[in-house]
Design a protein around this ligand. Structure first.
Ligand code: ADP
Ligand code: LRH
Length: 496
C-alpha cells in the first residue's frame, strides 16, 4: 500500500539501472531494483571498425528490471526513461531497428564538423542552436552517415535512445526536447526544429532528415501506456511519462539548490559543468569558450560545458585490467589522496582523450608535451586526473558565471562522482566555493520527480522538486580550504 511507485530507467554510459521511487510527506524514497552493464562493442566494417552500443542488451536489462518491480509492487504508477544524449537508432518502414546505434565515441565523425561548417558556418549555426561543437552531435553523425546505405534510402525514422526504448514499450514515436536539444537540430530560443540545420543536412548531404523526425514533446507529457506485447509483465498499462530524457537534464532537476545562485557539476562518465538560465546565451565569447545551451525541464536552459569527466579514470582502470592489473577504485583514490597536489596536470578536454584506448599512455604523452614529469604508477596517474578535473571545473564554473552574468555562490556535485571525496574536496579548493555533494543517483531522482509530478503525485515548480531532493538524500558539504593560488598557477601552466 502507500504511495504510488514510479520506475526510472536510467541508462548511463557506464551502466544502466532501474530505480523505483515514491514520494510521501515531501520525501522521495528510492530503491535500486536492477543494474546492468553497458558495454560497447567494436565490430569490423569495410576498411576499419565501428563502435556500437549494445542497445538490445540495455533494453533487456530495462525490461527485466521493470517486470521485477511491477511484480513486487503490484503494478507501477508510471515509467520514465533517460539516457546519454546525441545517439539514435534508425527504423525501417516496418518500424524495425536498422543496425545497432553507433556510439558517439566512434571515429566516423572526425573532421565532419569542419565539413558541415563549409555549408553552414559555425557562427551561424551557433546563433540558431546555441550548441557547443562536439564532433558527435547528432547533426554531425547524420552528415557522417550520409553515404551509409542503412540511412538513405532504408531509414524512415530516427529516434534518440530513450525515445527508441519508449517506442518499443508503447508504440509511440516522439522526440523529447531536452535530448533533442543536444542534436544540433533544435533552435535554442524557440525549442522547435532549427530549419537551417535541417536544410543543410537535406540540401548539402542528401539526408532527408525531416521525414525521419517525429513531434517534439516537453518533459512531463504522458505519451502512451506500456503495451502487454512488449513483455513488460505487470507493468502493462502503466503510463510512460516523457521526462527530461537527456540524463543531464534529469540530473539538473535533482540539484538540491536552495537559491538560483548555483553552479552544478553533473559528474559521471562526463562532467557537465554550468548554470541554469531562463534564456540561451549566444554571444561570440560564449561560442569561443565552447559553452552550450541545452534545453532543460520547465522551459529552462542548461548553460554548460562538457568536461571529459571520470571517463579518464574509468578508461584507465579498464586499460590496467586489460594488462592484468586489477585496480580497486576505492583503494586507488585513497592512495591518490596522499600524492602531492598539482604535480602534473593535463587539459582533460584534449580531443585525443575522447576515443577508447590506452588512457594512461595518452595522459602521460599530454603531460610530457607540457614539459611535466609524467605520472608514474597508478596513484600518481589518478591524482593527475583528479587534479586536472578540479582545475577544469574551476575554469568552467568561472566562465559560466562570467558569460551568463549569473552570480554563483555554491557548486553542487551530483552523480556517481559526488561519492569521490577527494574530487569534491579539491573542487571546493579550486573554485573557492562551497561544494554540496549528492545525490549520487541524481539523474534517477530527477527522472522520478518529473514523472511523479506528471501523474499528480507531487506538484510545484523546479524549486519545489529541489526541496524534495534536499529532504531526501544525505548531502555532504565541503568548505573551500587550502591554497587557491596554486590552482591559479596550474591554470596558467595549461592555458597561459
Ligand atoms: P554514468 O551515468 O555516466 O554511467 P555515474 O553517474 O554512474 O556515471 O558515475 C560513475 C562514476 O562515479 C564512476 O566512473 C566512478 O568514478 C564514480 N563513482 C561511483 N561510485 C563511487 C565511489 N564509491 N567512490 C568514488 N567514485 C565513485
Ligand atoms: C552524459 C551525456 C552528456 C552528453 C554525452 C554524450 O551522460 O548525456 O550530457 O554530452 O553524454
Amino acid at each position: 500500500g502507500g504511495a504510488a511507485v514510479h520506475a526510472a530507467i536510467d541508462l548511463g554510459a557506464s551502466s544502466g539501472r532501474v530505480i523505483t521511487g515514491r514520494v510521501r510527506d515531501g520525501v522521495l524514497r528510492t530503491e535500486e531494483a536492477a543494474r546492468f552493464a553497458n558495454t560497447p562493442v567494436t565490430v569490423p566494417v569495410e576498411g576499419g571498425e565501428r563502435l556500437h552500443w549494445d542497445v538490445l542488451s540495455l533494453y533487456r536489462g530495462a525490461l527485466e528490471g521493470l517486470r521485477a518491480v511491477a511484480g513486487s509492487h503490484g503494478g507501477l504508477a508510471s515509467v520514465g526513461i533517460d539516457s546519454w544524449a546525441v545517439d539514435y537508432g534508425l527504423l525501417d518502414a516496418d518500424g524495425a531497428l536498422l543496425g545497432n546505434p553507433v556510439h558517439y565515441r566512434d571515429a566516423r565523425t572526425e573532421g565532419v564538423p569542419e565539413e558541415v561548417f563549409g555549408y553552414l558556418p559555425a557562427d551561424r549555426m551557433y546563433a540558431v542552436n546555441g550548441l557547443q561543437v562536439q564532433r558527435f552531435n547528432t547533426v554531425f553523425q547524420l552528415a557522417a552517415a550520409a553515404d551509409d546505405p542503412q540511412l538513405v534510402p532504408l531509414a524512415r525514422d530516427a529516434l534518440l535512445v530513450p525515445d527508441l526504448l519508449g517506442y518499443w514499450l508503447t508504440g509511440e514515436r516522439v522526440w523529447e526536447v531536452t535530448n533533442a536539444s543536444t542534436t544540433g537540430l533544435v533552435d535554442a530560443r524557440t525549442r522547435d526544429w532549427a530549419q537551417e540545420c535541417l536544410d543543410v543536412l537535406e540540401g548539402s548531404f542528401g539526408v532527408p532528415v525531416r521525414d525521419m523526425l517525429s513531434r517534439l514533446v516537453e518533459p512531463g507529457t504522458v505519451v502512451g501506456r506500456l503495451c502487454a506485447r512488449a513483455s513488460v509483465g505487470g507493468a502493462a498499462g502503466a503510463p510512460l511519462v516523457v521526462v527530461g530524457s537527456h540524463d543531464t537534464a534529469s540530473a539538473v532537476v535533482a540539484v538540491p539548490a536552495a537559491t538560483p545562485h548555483f553552479a552544478y557539476v553533473s559528474c559521471g562518465t562526463w562532467s557537465l559543468v554550468g548554470v541554469e538560465l531562463d534564456a540561451p546565451v549566444r554571444s561570440e565569447e560564449s561560442r569561443a569558450a565552447n559553452f552550450t545551451n541545452e534545453l532543460g525541464v520547465d522551459g529552462t536552459v542548461r548553460y554548460l560545458r562538457n568536461v571529459m569527466g571520470l571517463w579518464l579514470l574509468q578508461e584507465s582502470l579498464r586499460t590496467w585490467r586489460e594488462q592484468s592489473r586489477d585496480v580497486d577504485l576505492a583503494n586507488l583514490l585513497e592512495r591518490a589522496a596522499r600524492v602531492p597536489a598539482l604535480a602534473c596536470v593535463v587539459d582533460v578536454d584534449d580531443p585525443r582523450f575522447l576515443p577508447p584506448g590506452d588512457m594512461p599512455a595518452r595522459i602521460a604523452a599530454c603531460a610530457a608535451e607540457r614539459g611535466q614529469r609524467p605520472p608514474e604508477g597508478e596513484a600518481e596517474l589518478a591524482r593527475c586526473v583528479i587534479d586536472s578535473l578540479a582545475l577544469a571545473y574551476r575554469r568552467a564554473v568561472r566562465q559560466a558565471a562570467e558569460l551568463s552574468g549569473r552570480d554563483v555562490e555554491v557548486v553542487h556535485v551530483v552523480g556517481g562522482g559526488s561519492r569521490n571525496t577527494l574530487l569534491c574536496r579539491l573542487t571546493a579548493e579550486a573554485t573557492g566555493l562551497p561544494v554540496v555533494a549528492g545525490p549520487a543517483e541524481g539523474t534517477a531522482a530527477g527522472n522520478l520527480l518529473v514523472q511523479a509530478r506528471a501523474v499528480g503525485a507531487v506538484e510545484g515548480e523546479l524549486s519545489d522538486l529541489r526541496r524534495i531532493v534536499a529532504a531526501s538524500f544525505e548531502l555532504r558539504r565541503y568548505e573551500p580550504q587550502g591554497d587557491r593560488a596554486r590552482w591559479e598557477d596550474a591554470e596558467r601552466r595549461l592555458w597561459g
